[in-house]
Design a protein around this ligand. Sequence first.
Ligand SMILES: Cc1ncc(COP(=O)(O)O)c(C=O)c1O
Length: 371
Amino acid sequence: MIPVFKPALDSEETDGVISVLKSRWIGNGPVTKEFEKKFLSYIGGKYCVAVNSASAAIHLSVISSNVKQGDEVITPSLTFVATNHPILMQRATPVFCDVDYDTLCSDPSDIEKKITKKTKAIVVVHYGGHPVDIDPILKLCEDRNIMLIEDCAHASGSYYKDRHVGIFGDFSAFSFAAIKNLTTGDGGMIVGRTRKSIESARTLAWSGISESTWERVKGKKLKWQYNVVSTGWKYQMNDIAAAIGLAQLKKLESNNLKRKKITQKYNSALKDIPWIETPTVRDFAKSSYHNYVIKLPQHLRDRLSEYLAKRGVTTTVHYMPSHYYSLYKKFSADVPVTNRVWKKILLLPIYPDLMQKEQDYIIDALISFNP
Ligand SMILES: Cc1ncc(COP(=O)(O)O)c(C=O)c1O
């Protein structure tokens, strides 16, 4: 089977991991610090903490935005549920906003309609690595004193008006899960604008302890005393993951370029098929090309998926909207575009190591489908 996603790994990742294993310091430590520094400099951000998933990073972002019971958080429904779970975990109310039909990213004008006196934060998802049109959303947040959280899970290497995403929000969350453009196996990053908020997120990611074990051991003799200033979680990244991240970061731009070429080849091969809509990239956007999404008439979507599966080509749907799940059914979801579009979308295989002959095979299989 040709998978939908596949991590692009080579000897650099293996060497990095072996070197950490040999060092015998495999937990959170100096390699994680180095990864944080290099990632921050790559995106042009101010402060960050490496964690073990974007789910953790979003959770800490929502907590750090002071979202509490009674608050409303405007967020897309067309996303992975980890975007929205932290809102419920804080006993706040998700208010689902609609997406732009073309890019599948949050629609700024719909966000504006959904703001009330209770709106504490807005979460945006750079869907598939295509940046959200962030300027109008930033203006709404600034004018009304609303926190902005960017879910950059798909967006390592995505730029909005030539600036890397993740630097616009009060907090941003990146994912380095196995299938992401930059992977560490599992991992994530929370990025923020103030030292204070990020240092407090760092404490929350380490059981409320104010100093890391590595900091305490650095002087050769372990300083066993530490202070506990809050409750917290065990959300830290470890140095094995960070070593993979360092190797991946070096190749991110070239890997994303390979994704772009794969996208362009699909676009030109599929543009004349009347029942397929190929993806759009807005002028302000440089996408990471995390996924390749076609839209097709609802009645054909599952049939095509099964047809391709029989020919060894995996496809998937990102996502069934959150409000279709029983946990989220009770929340307001006036989202006509989301309701219509999610039934039309299908993800085709895209990853840097997808071979030309494999892509030709996928394209031929699509062309041979009788709608
Ligand atoms: C949009 C979005 N947000 C958040 C996450 C959660 O990321 P992680 O698996 O790193 O927790 C994902 C994961 O697929 C995602 O696609």
